[in-house]
Write a protein of this length. Structure first.
Length: 260
């Protein structure tokens, strides 16, 4: 004898979700994210800023001789921060910094882009710590940035160009979320604040592996403090010595400028 039954599954909640291109809904959701900001879990938002950086994120192209590369127009795709594209050095930046070995990284990363223009316009130029990361329209998409072993207060995500005169007035300095990954809207910007109190070399990069491999990365060096607890730990005993490690043989700059 067989029996049948009719099962009724309730619809998922919510039954209606925003459209794929509903930017306002996405922005409202982002702005609704808050930290607890309670005595047990305080939101320690830095109030006295000593370093400010305005960083543009973009995907561009490097010119190849005789149109010999596979990207459009025979060029090579590259991504950048402030028109600087990160190139992996032959020696990691942490060892080069700790051992004071020159030639493997530069310390002149600009705190603003070389040219200021309408970063969210369709009509782009042909030449292409509070951080305000501005997405550009070279290739419009949402960029997610992550800083290794560091957390920061995500103050504001906004569509449009950043206005240093008016936009800081809208920052959430009361209960912003504390994150280690934050989105930068396409044709928009986001602001983060953090205290650089973790000595070492920390890698900030795009969350997309492809963008990271193209150069949308930068390394922050946090210098030692006055005590052993606030200083970089020495390398472990089992780490190979210079004589056993061939990567010390040559030098390569860790950053190069797009279009140079």
């Amino acid at each position: 004898m067989a029996a049948t039954t009719l099962l009724h599954q309730p619809p998922p909640t919510p039954s209606h979700i925003p459209g794929f291109y509903d930017i306002d809904a996405a922005r409202n959701f982002d702005k609704s994210l808050k930290s607890l900001a309670s005595p047990e879990h305080p939101a320690d938002v830095p109030q006295h800023i000593t370093t400010r950086m305005f960083i543009t994120l973009s995907i561009s192209m490097l010119l190849c001789p005789n149109d010999s590369c596979a990207a459009p127009a025979g060029n090579r795709l590259a991504s950048s921060m402030n028109n600087i594209s990160f190139a992996n050095p032959t020696l990691d930046v942490l060892q080069a910094y700790y051992r004071n070995i020159s030639g493997y990284y530069d310390t002149n990363f600009p705190d603003k882009p070389p040219n200021l223009y309408n970063f969210t316009s369709d009509d782009l130029m042909t030449d292409n710590v509070t951080l305000s990361d501005q997405g550009t329209r070279v290739k419009a998409r949402i960029i997610q940035c992550i800083c290794m072993d560091s957390s920061f207060m995500w103050l504001e995500p906004v569509v449009g160009n950043f206005d240093n005169g008016t936009d800081p007035l809208t920052y959430n300095l009361i209960d912003p979320p504390q994150v280690n990954t934050y989105p930068v809207p396409k044709i928009g910007w986001a602001t983060i604040r953090f205290v650089a109190d973790n000595p070492g070399v920390w890698f900030m990069h795009c969350h997309y592996d492809r963008h990271m491999s193209w150069g949308m990365d930068v390394a922050f060096i946090v210098k030692n403090g006055d005590t052993e607890e606030t200083s970089v730990r020495p390398p472990p005993d089992y780490m190979p010595s210079c004589g056993e490690n061939s990567i010390y043989g040559g030098a390569e700059q860790s950053m190069y400028q797009l279009g140079a």
